[in-house]
Structures are given as C-alpha cells and as structure tokens.
Design a binder for this molecule. Structure first.
Ligand code: AMP
Length: 215
C-alpha cells in the first residue's frame, strides 16, 4: 500500500506515519528527515539544503525528486510506503506520478490532514524529541512521564529542530499555502484525495485515517 500524507508543517504527518508503519508494515519516507540526515552528514546535498531549510524555504524540486526516487527503489519499500513531506509542489506531484508509473507502482491513498494555522505555530514551536530514540514530545501537550527522561528508552538528552522557531514557522506556513496547497486540487481532480480533521486528538486522527484506508 502506497500512501501520501499531506498537510501543513505540524499537522501530525510524522506521528501518524509512525502509526501506519507499525500497523501495515510499510515504511515512512520523510523527505525532511532525509534532508536533515544529509545536513548532519555534511554531504554535498546536505550543504546545499542547510541554509534553505534553516530559512524555512523549499529545497529545489530536482534534488528531492531524485532523493525520493532512489529511496523508493530500496528493498524495504517492497510492501509499500507513506510519503511524509513529499510531494510539496505541483512539479513534485507530477514527477511522482511519472516515477511511480516507471517503477510499475501506484498510489492507493492521498490523505490531507487539516489544521488551523494558529494551532500549528503552537504545535511546532513546542515540539522536541529524544536525541537517542527520536520519540516526540511537546512542552504543553506531551511531556515525558518523568521530567527529563524519555518514556520510551530512558534517554536523558532531547533535541529541537533548527527550523522549529517562530520566525521560520511563519515562512514555512507561507510556503505551504503558496506552493504545497495547490497540490490538493491536483489530487482532488484525480478522485484520490480524502481529508481528516487534524485538529482532533492523536488517537482520533488515527481512527479517521484507518476509516479512510478501510473505505
Ligand atoms: P519537514 O521535516 O517535512 O517539515 O521538512 C523540513 C524542511 O525540509 C522544509 O522546510 C524544507 O526546507 C525541506 N523539505 C522537506 N521536504 C521537502 C520537499 N518535498 N521539497 C522541498 N523541500 C523539502
């Protein structure tokens, strides 16, 4: 099963993708995670992407398209994948169609997670994760059970993304509305787009997504 999760930054795409990975034995392909790994490794791609990401702008289409096409070819994608953060522009959506056709694959579901902009700023600026296992937390909505200790692995070090600050969030939301939202009519016209209410509690959103996938 091949799925796209669409929605603004902070909509909960990563959280729901993790759930779908476990539930359906498919892999989360987050272009943001891949680019952050490239930045951390200091690769040529990472060096190109770093400043753009820190400013909250979009990395050039051709770079992310090549990155995702190579990633889909890896053996762990054989059961399917969840695209999280890709496509983010109409040219990326068109390139995705082309590459899937070439690879003999198809999209099964495109799910839009809707969330109001005001809620997104609060969600993004408060989020952090365990430096060891990557489990996500939030200053207001999801604190570890024991302060300073990860519930999942017991780790005591936490990290925040370099781009999760108020200034960059505003740019990322502007980019979303200008560049990414135009993808919605693209998929709507193909009849594959379904929306879920991303303002609901995490478990409720999961239930809504399960209903879409079952339907
Ligand atoms: P994310 O983790 O999805 O919020 O992505 C973090 C940053 O990575 C974005 O603000 C962009 O700078 C870059 N990025 C991630 N995915 C894409 C994409 N599909 N196209 C262009 N830039 C991307």
């Amino acid at each position: 099963m091949n799925i796209i999760l669409l929605g603004p930054p902070g909509a909960g795409k990563g959280t729901q993708a993790k759930f779908l990975e476990d539930r359906f034995d498919i892999v989360q392909l987050s272009t943001g995670d891949m680019l952050r790994a490239a930045v951390a490794s200091g690769s040529a791609l990472g060096q190109k992407a770093k400043e753009i990401m820190n400013a909250g702008r979009l990395v050039p289409d051709e770079l992310v398209i090549r990155m995702i096409s190579d990633r889909i070819d890896r053996p762990d994608c054989k059961n399917g994948f969840i695209l999280d953060g890709f496509p983010r522009t109409v040219p990326q959506a068109e390139a995705l169609d082309g590459m899937l056709a070439e690879k003999g694959l198809k999209l099964d579901h495109v799910i839009e997670m809707t969330v109001e902009d005001d809620a997104l700023v609060e969600r993004i600026t408060g989020r952090y994760s365990c430096a060891k296992c990557g489990v996500g937390y939030h200053d207001l909505f999801q604190l570890p059970k024991v302060a300073g200790v990860c519930d999942n692995c017991g780790g005591a070090a936490f990290k925040r993304r370099a781009d999760d600050n108020v200034e960059t969030v505003e740019t990322r939301l502007t980019q979303y509305h200008a560049q990414t939202a135009p993808i919605l009519p693209y998929y709507r016209s193909k009849g594959v787009l379904k929306a879920v209410d991303g303002m609901a509690a995490i478990e409720d959103v999961t239930r809504q997504i399960e209903a879409v996938l079952a339907g």
